[in-house]
Design a protein around this ligand. Structure first.
Ligand code: MN
Length: 231
């Protein structure tokens, strides 16, 4: 096949402890997957979580021991952070049973689902899609992907995000409403999962706005930390 022009190089995320990169196929995100966050967004904390997407090239990979930079996007006055554990899919499939989900996981990473909250609130009110509030450029900062073989299954542990040294989000992964296995089961019923898919698994309470110059530090037990400055 001859392309009319060279296709874009795949978006990619470094694999921890390796010189290889994880090529990103799609980015799926889970909404309202921690009770306290669902409540702060106006829900009861009991609704079934739901899914939305970001484009693959929305990833903003940040290496350990560096401070990444995210450009404060246009058209917002309320850019929010959402710390999330990211699950990287290594083996695809449809209708994957929760009991088999682990065999489809390549690894895990620390991620932030950056959100233009003001645009999202307006979209919700008008029944419009979330593309401009969730799927913009650099909206998916992510640390290196740690292989499942090295981390083992991650089903608990701390998840936190600080801004300028002050705690904003601090929870534990056992508070996920839908576990990673249940999320893979449900999501793979809607979409055929493929190697290279990333799943942002939802954020705990404490989402709030950042400004240019702010330093975000986010971490998850066993997956290290990620540092990023808004510019
Ligand atoms: Mn989110």
């Amino acid at each position: 096949m001859q392309f009319a022009f060279p296709p874009a190089v795949a978006a990619a995320v470094p694999v921890a402890g390796s010189s290889t990169f994880f090529p990103v196929h799609r980015i799926y995100c889970v909404g309202r997957n921690y009770v306290e966050h669902a409540k702060e967004m106006g829900g009861t904390g009991r609704e079934a979580p739901f899914f939305f997407m970001k484009p693959a090239d929305a990833v903003l990979p940040i290496l350990p021991d560096t401070v990444g930079e995210m450009h404060y996007p246009t058209h917002t006055a309320e850019l929010h952070h959402e710390i999330e554990m990211v699950v990287a899919i290594g083996k695809g499939g449809r209708d994957i049973a929760a009991a088999d989900a682990a065999s489809h996981i390549f690894g895990y990473a620390v991620g932030i689902d950056m959100t233009r909250r003001d645009l999202q609130a307006a979209a919700k009110k008008q029944g419009r899609p979330w593309c401009t509030s969730k799927g913009f450029d650099e909206s998916a900062p992510i640390g290196p992907i740690h292989r499942l073989a090295e981390t083992g299954l991650i089903e608990g542990g701390a998840i936190f995000l600080n801004v300028n040294g002050v705690s904003r989000q601090n929870s534990t992964l056992d508070k996920l409403i839908w576990s990673v296995a249940e999320t893979i089961e449900t999501l793979s019923g809607f979409f055929e999962l493929m190697p290279g898919d990333l799943i942002y698994t939802g954020t705990p309470a404490g989402v709030a706005a950042v400004e240019r110059g702010d330093l975000l530090e986010a971490g998850i037990d066993g997956l290290g930390t990620l540092a990023m400055r808004m510019v």
